[in-house]
Design a protein around this ligand. Structure first.
Ligand SMILES: Nc1ncnc2c1ncn2[C@@H]1O[C@H](COP(=O)(O)OP(=O)(O)O)[C@@H](O)[C@H]1O
Ligand SMILES: [Mg+2]
Length: 331
């Protein structure tokens, strides 16, 4: 549904995007993550036709939008709905008329656009709020109106730029649940730009990490998240922070000689790791922290052991590696 090929965008001497190849199949929810300046906004602007790529192609549902101008570009843009962090509703209009607004601009008759807006408000769970003004709605409700408005022209693709960054945790979960149900119900393809790893984990089928304008990593979430030693995998399933005093705590020893060993659960399981560790005298009481999740029926995540010395660390890592388990000393 979304196909980017050899996409490149420069601003003077600044290379914002380089050699971007990305393919998002219809009905998939794809997440884009990356630090500030990585090129996320430029990517989304190229997708909406607001920015013309320096070279390469951007195809939405088989139409190369870099080829289009005038009415062709407007037509292509209609197949894309946009959801932003800040909703920008019209304060003087009710929820119903906000949702109907893009249809009014497109010249749809009053009866038809209001009927469509009513239907969309039902879909986003705000059927009883049609006559409320934005000032009478909570942040999460406003975002729902924004989503309904983005769906008014029946787009094939929903582009969400930091859709939940301004919302609290509970509301975030509700909005993510809504986006997922829209995909399930309408078959819409979703691209989400976010800096929140939890958003990726919760609803994305696949993910791309942008770094310095390039694709640093891309793939199915289950694969990316279980890649041993990968930084993105660590960011996706973070270990709880460790207090300075805790490093040697599980050993009951001074922290000066103790070492931390981080073990990936990718391709293995917690019992297997514990058995291998036990064999070299490292018991479960040496676990300092752990983050374990089950994705598509497999355990992913990491366990951090504390061991008494550099020699013990080396022994543990060697024993685990002999079982095909990825382990490394952590700082
Ligand atoms: N209109 C512009 N003019 C000049 N440089 C730009 C422009 N837009 C973005 N850039 C540069 O392109 C790079 C990527 O920016 P951006 O896409 O905004 O990243 P992100 O959204 O990931 O923070 C940055 O180095 C930024 O300074
Ligand atoms: Mg940006």
């Amino acid at each position: 549904m979304i196909e980017l090929a050899s996409l490149r965008k420069t601003f003077g001497d600044t290379v914002a995007l380089e050699e971007i190849d990305l393919s998002v199949p219809a009905g998939e929810i794809h997440g884009i993550v990356g630090r500030s300046g990585a090129g996320k906004s430029t990517l989304i602007r190229c997708l909406t036709g607001l920015e013309r790529p320096s070279s390469g192609t951007v195809a939405i549902d088989g139409t190369d939008i870099t080829d289009q101008s005038g009415s062709g570009l407007r037509e292509a843009r209609r197949s894309i709905g946009m959801v932003f962090q800040h909703v920008n509703l019209l304060d003087s209009r009710t929820a119903l008329h906000n949702v109907a607004h893009p249809l009014q601009i497109a010249g749809v008759s009053k009866a038809e656009r209001l009927a469509k807006a009513r239907e969309l408000l039902e879909i986003v769970g705000l059927g009883d709020r049609a006559d409320n003004y934005p000032a009478q709605l909570s942040g999460g409700q406003k975002q729902r109106v924004g989503i309904a408005r983005a769906l008014a022209a029946e787009p094939k693709v929903l582009l969400c730029d930091e859709p939940t960054s301004a919302l609290d945790a509970t509301t975030t979960d509700q909005i993510l649940g809504l986006i997922r149900s829209l995909r399930d119900r309408l078959g819409i393809t979703v691209l989400i730009i976010t800096h929140e790893m939890s958003v990726i984990r919760e609803i994305c089928d696949s993910v791309t990490l942008l770094a310095d304008g390039r694709v640093a990593k891309t793939g199915k979430l289950a694969e990316v998240i279980s890649e041993p030693g990968s930084t993105l995998a660590k960011d996706l399933v973070p270990l709880p922070p460790i207090g300075l005093d805790d490093k040697g705590a599980a050993e009951g020893s001074e922290s000066s000689t103790s070492r931390l060993v981080e073990v990936s659960l990718a391709g293995t399981s917690l019992p297997t790791v514990l058995t291998s560790a036990q064999a070299v005298g490292v018991g479960a009481d040496s676990i300092l922290a752990g983050a374990v999740e089950t994705i598509e029926g497999k355990q992913v995540g990491r366990i951090r052991f504390t061991v008494a010395s550099a020699a013990a660390s080396k022994e543990l890592i060697t024993a685990l590696e002999a079982e095909g388990i990825y382990a490394e000393e952590a700082a």
